[in-house]
Design a protein. Structure first.
Ligand code: G3D
Length: 204
């Protein structure tokens, strides 16, 4: 009887909470992506004016609920001096969204280097998504790296990802294209990852 009641309580009043890091170089578009995510997945959230967003310095936090899962995002500053703080968040995380600015070929090798630094043992069982951000708007031509270009550039990182599921997701944060697909994939993966169980949180 106790088990039944406790199961019912959990079902009705608790969420499974997962932490997802949003990493990448400064100016990659992390904060804009987080704003779009909150706007798309939170009913009453009135998003910020995307053109007024300034680069992440320190930390931005956002939470969304998808079914029984609560995703808590930590958008961490990507400036070189702040990258050394990223690993403080690894132990608590369930997923990483690594943001690559598809329009910035000049900084691609810098982005790969920062990516390489992330692969410590603490992140081995974490779900991983590469977000190829700033893909061209439908009606406009922008000179940018395509998803296959970015896959090729990051191909030598495949051994670091190993056998984990991994998604390379094209996205335009300004319009929201690709946001739903990426977030839905991340939710599915963190929920079924038995190596990093969620935290149980009362619904408030
Ligand atoms: P950060 O949090 O990673 O530092 P921001 O990056 O979210 O502050 O975004 C940096 C710049 O990229 C912003 O422009 C923002 O509007 C732009 N940006 C974000 N997403 C997209 C996108 O999908 N497409 C395009 N073309 N630009 C995008 P400004 O001019 O304010 O620096």
């Amino acid at each position: 009887m106790y088990t039944l009641l406790s199961g019912l309580y959990k079902y009705m009043f608790q969420k499974d909470e997962y932490c997802v890091l949003i990493l990448g170089l400064d100016n990659a578009g992390k904060t804009t992506f987080l704003e779009q995510t909150k706007t798309k997945f939170s009913k009453n959230y009135k998003g910020m004016n995307l053109s007024k967003i300034t680069t992440t310095v320190g930390l931005n936090i956002g939470t969304i609920d998808v079914g029984k899962a609560r995703l808590m995002f930590w958008d961490l500053g990507g400036q070189e001096e702040l990258q050394s703080l990223w690993d403080k968040y690894y132990a608590e995380s369930h997923g990483v969204i690594y943001v690559i600015d598809s329009t910035d070929e000049e900084r691609l090798s810098e982005s790969k280097e920062a990516f390489g630094e992330c692969h410590t043992a603490t992140l081995h069982s974490v779900m991983w998504m590469y977000l190829c951000l700033k893909q061209p708007l439908k009606d406009r031509f922008t000179n940018c790296l395509s998803v296959p270009d970015i896959k090729t550039a990051f191909s030598d990182s495949a051994p670091k990802i190993g056998k984990r599921d991994c998604l390379v997701q094209p996205c335009t944060a300004l319009t929201g294209d690709g946001v739903n697909e990426g977030i839905e994939w991340m939710v599915k993966c963190v929920v079924r990852n038995i190596h990093r169980p969620p935290r149980q949180k009362d619904i408030t």
